[in-house]
Design a protein around this ligand. Structure first.
Ligand code: 13P
Length: 158
């Protein structure tokens, strides 16, 4: 286990109330967050397509527009939508991490465009690092994570 896991209070190290036992226990039912900036949405849709069968049994949650784009491309996949990123969706995703309710974050960022909600982007990534949530910011890393879904599931069950 890591120093700070999803079921611990990061300050006290004590189990977070109400979260114990809610972690995913296998490669099915992983709770996956999907986020992509506008210029990277096509890349994310491509990644979802490549891993469609592996993603089908997972629980996917996306920021608003990203979720809509993925739903439009793959209507058979269940994707829960939060608010759009600039309107608070990134913060909602961060809250899921802080509450121990996200196992993986796939966040295809635009590295070339300044964002009005840059602080939210930074906060989301900071929480993913803090809570040791596997996070991918580009397709190559996301492929590695998807190939390791079973490993992540086993790790969460420990
Ligand atoms: O802005 C985003 C992440 O910072 C993504 O938000 P949308 O999915 O609503 O486009």
């Amino acid at each position: 286990m890591t120093d700070i896991d999803q079921e611990q209070d990061p300050e006290t190290g004590e189990a977070a109330p109400g979260e114990a036992g809610t972690g995913a226990t296998s490669s099915a039912g992983l709770r996956i967050g999907l986020v992509a900036h506008d210029s990277r949405k096509e890349a994310l849709v491509g990644w979802v397509g490549r891993w469609h069968d592996a993603l089908a049994p997972q629980e996917m949650t996306a920021t608003g527009t990203t979720g809509q784009v993925v739903r439009d491309a793959y209507p058979d996949l269940a994707v829960h939508r939060l608010k759009s990123g600039p309107l608070g969706g990134d913060q909602q995703m961060g809250a899921l991490i802080a509450e121990g309710r996200l196992d993986v974050l796939i966040f295809f960022m635009d590295p070339l465009t300044p964002m009005p909600h840059d602080v939210d982007v930074k906060a989301l990534l900071r929480l993913a690092v803090l809570y040791d949530v596997p996070v991918a910011c580009n397709p190559a890393t996301a492929d590695c994570i998807a190939a390791g879904f079973a490993v992540i599931g086993r790790r969460q069950a420990e």
